[in-house]
Design a protein around this ligand. Structure first.
Ligand SMILES: O=C(O)/C=C/C(=O)CC(=O)CC(=O)O
Ligand SMILES: [Ca+2]
Ligand SMILES: [Mg+2]
Length: 427
């Protein structure tokens, strides 16, 4: 099969994150025009294609709607639904492919206006996060955390093999890659302490996850099937569910994580569409317990997205500390969404569903420091010799992900964040 090429040369480089097969959506503003309002774009090679400019030139009008891209978020476009997403993707592919429509390729003035080098683009949060739910769908992670928090007899809760477990997180603190975050304060209580104290978390961690972005919702009171749920998903992002393990162990019973995960969640600036990930579908693993019919998958609903996590101390070189794949998940995002809506919960455009931490079976494929250092007892040694049990101030965590074709890939770019010292607050 000869692979589709773009006239934007950089998109054709082997294993570039953003070839023409990808076209992930984001929101940007030009670095050299700080006052310019953010607007929607797609990435093509080393460039951001300004979709507001393309729309203004009359080259793109998804679903017949005007002005959906001249907005600081993808929500209006996402709300148009799957037929409009498909039409926009087909049109953009034609405008950008070698031998396709000439309207953009042959218009030098429009090209100069609409194609902005990514090195000169500031990326913003790609969509207004309506709600954030975090699941727990990685079997290896659930097992590892369960063993550390509750012991091997009670590691996997009895409901885990029957439904995707989740909790409602905070939409207000979902931030885009590159945003620095403050070490959280919280109640801390060691196993031998008589009473809790207030202090900065001493066991600050990351969690490697994917996030599914809901494009269209369901009305309150109307559940959806797994296939309907799949159609409602616009795309996926990389997601770091930052976690304060010391706050978590003291607070999490009986209602689950609260402050331990509410201070920040970082996502990649690019939403990779479900359409772009279609060639990389993968089946979920064999069911250990039969699922109720409403959770049955009509076909392969996971994706094989290769994932890695790198850790870099302030001013130091980064070390890749974990490599795994999103096909390690036990429940797909379509199953999670169907389960979420089952009770009649209305899902909305812009809802973000964290997959749960993705850990593979081997020690070097675990998706959190809690697991990689086994509760902090076996610190990692980084390049340059620094040792880490948990994150220190100044540390940067960088997650990367891509689905690999032969010589080409569908990449997510980076999901990165750096830790700043805790705020000065004594109450
Ligand atoms: O109580 C537990 O067993 C652990 C809960 C979590 O760590 C919640 C979470 O964020 C789940 C995940 O990312 O897989
Ligand atoms: Ca999580
Ligand atoms: Mg979080």
């Amino acid at each position: 099969m000869s692979l589709e090429q773009s006239w934007v040369e950089s998109a054709n480089a082997r294993d570039h994150d953003f070839p023409i097969q990808n076209l992930p959506y984001g929101v940007f503003s030009p670095l050299d025009r700080p006052d310019a309002p953010p607007r929607c774009c797609v990435a093509i090679g080393d460039m951001a294609l300004d979709l507001a400019a393309i729309e203004e030139a009359g080259l793109l009008r998804p679903g017949g709607a005007r002005g959906v891209f001249a907005a600081p978020a993808l929500n209006d476009f996402m709300a148009l639904g799957p037929a409009a997403w498909e039409a926009a993707r087909a049109r953009l592919t034609d405008l950008l492919r070698e031998g396709g429509a000439r309207d953009l390729r042959d218009d030098a003035a429009l090209r100069a206006r609409a194609l902005v080098p990514l090195s000169r683009a500031r990326m913003h949060l790609p969509f207004r996060v309506a709600g954030y739910t975090d699941f727990y769908a990685g079997r290896q992670h659930a097992w590892n955390v369960g063993v550390m928090f509750r012991g091997p007899e009670n590691a996997l809760p009895p409901n885990w093999l029957h439904m995707p477990i989740g909790y409602n997180g905070r939409a207000s603190t979902v931030v885009v890659s590159g945003t620095e975050l403050r070490r959280p304060l919280g109640q801390l209580k060691g196993p031998d302490d008589a009473a809790p104290r207030l202090g900065p978390s001493e066991r600050l961690d990351f969690e490697l996850e994917m996030g599914a972005v809901v494009g269209v919702g369901n009305p309150m009171g109307r559940p959806v099937s797994v296939s309907e749920a799949d159609e409602m998903i616009f795309g996926h992002v990389l997601l770091n569910d930052w976690s304060a393990r010391d706050i978590q162990v003291w607070e999490y019973q009986p209602l689950g994580p609260f402050q331990a995960k509410a201070f920040a969640t970082t996502i990649s600036p690019w939403v990779v569409t479900r359409a772009a990930l279609e060639p990389f579908r993968a089946p979920s693993p064999p069911r250990e317990k039969p699922l109720l019919p409403y959770l049955h998958e009509p076909g392969p609903m996971l994706h094989d997205v290769r994932l890695e996590v790198a850790l870099a101390p302030e001013g130091g070189e980064e070390t890749v500390i974990s490599r795994t794949s999103s096909r390690e998940l036990y429940y797909s995002s379509a199953q999670q969404l169907a389960h979420h809506a089952l009770c009649g919960c209305a899902m909305q455009t812009g809802d973000l569903l964290g997959s749960g931490t993705i850990s593979g079976p081997e020690r070097d494929s675990f998706g959190s420091l809690l697991e990689l250092t086994w509760g902090g007892k076996e610190p990692l040694t980084l390049k340059g010799g620094a040792r880490r049990a948990f994150l220190q101030d100044g540390d940067a965590v960088v997650m990367r992900g891509w689905a690999q074709g032969e010589g080409w890939r569908v990449g997510f770019g980076e999901c990165a964040g750096r830790i700043l010292p805790a705020p000065d607050f004594a109450g």
